[in-house]
Design a protein around this ligand. Structure first.
Ligand code: KIV
Length: 251
């Protein structure tokens, strides 16, 4: 985990992408990504749920095991799903289940409000990644995926969230859909790296949902993503060729 702080000190950007299955994780690992996250975005881009609020620990464990079989060099982080870390004891038990499934660290959503959970997990010797800004597990209460830190008051609150999770012991913190100027303030206020998603260029690293990056979930792409491939189109093309070949009597 020290490596990531050192990277921040040296000004080296940290790269992170999500994976939920063996082949994707192996391709990311072989490509040299720094951190592979088994995100609870699993619920949306793999399991077909509307948001992340229905993802269970059993689902996270199942997919973490598949990813762990593939990862040889990247740091493997797994998300604590909603309502599996409502208090410190539950947070420790959930983190332990994900570590037993092969994760090397866990991530949880929340700032000042979740310091007791972070401290409890860290006290067990388990590395924790923080996640502040837009919190997808709260999307229903929030009424959508809205930019955080637009005003100086909101930016100040996010800086305090970042400082609280740093003090609680996280080794890095995800900033999700944070106004770029607020992300800059948080990044400058912390010694741990910030990993941005839709939060501009001032973060110490960037994370994306792999399906968004490679165009594998064509029904919805967040505004801040520029896909680098159109894998869904390739799949459709190959399937059409197979259908045509088979219907015309080929094999
Ligand atoms: O679940 C997830 O994939 C995440 C990233 C988007 C940061 O939390």
């Amino acid at each position: 985990m020290r490596d990531f702080r050192d990277k921040k000190l040296r000004g080296e950007r940290i790269t992170s992408l999500t994976a939920y299955d063996y082949p994707t994780a192996r391709l990311l690992d072989e490509s040299g990504i720094d951190i592979i996250l088994v995100g609870d975005s699993l619920g949306m881009v793999v399991l077909g749920y509307e948001d992340t609020t229905r993802v269970t620990l059993a689902e996270m464990v199942h997919h973490t095991k598949a990813v762990a079989r593939a990862v040889k060099r990247a740091l493997l982080v797994a998300d604590l799903p909603i309502h599996t870390y409502d208090d410190p004891a539950q947070a420790v038990a959930t983190a332990r289940a994900l570590i037993d499934a092969g994760a090397q660290a866990v991530k949880l959503e929340g700032g000042v409000s979740h310091v007791p959970q972070i401290e409890a997990i860290v006290a067990e010797g388990i590395a924790v990644m923080g996640h502040i800004g837009m919190l997808p597990q709260s999307v229903r209460e929030e009424g959508g995926y809205k930019v955080k830190g637009r005003t100086q008051t909101e930016a100040g609150a996010l800086v305090r969230d970042g400082q609280a999770v740093e003090k609680a012991g996280v080794f890095a913190v995800v900033l999700e859909i944070v106004n770029p100027e607020a992300a800059r303030q948080i990044t400058n206020a912390l010694t741990i790296p910030t990993i941005g998603i839709g939060s501009g260029e001032h973060c110490d690293g960037q994370i994306l949902v792999t399906h968004d990056l490679i165009g594998l979930f064509p029904w919805f792409t967040p505004k801040f993503v520029s896909p680098e491939a159109r894998v869904a189109d390739e799949i459709r093309k190959a399937v059409q060729i197979f259908i045509g070949r088979t219907r015309s009597g080929g094999s």
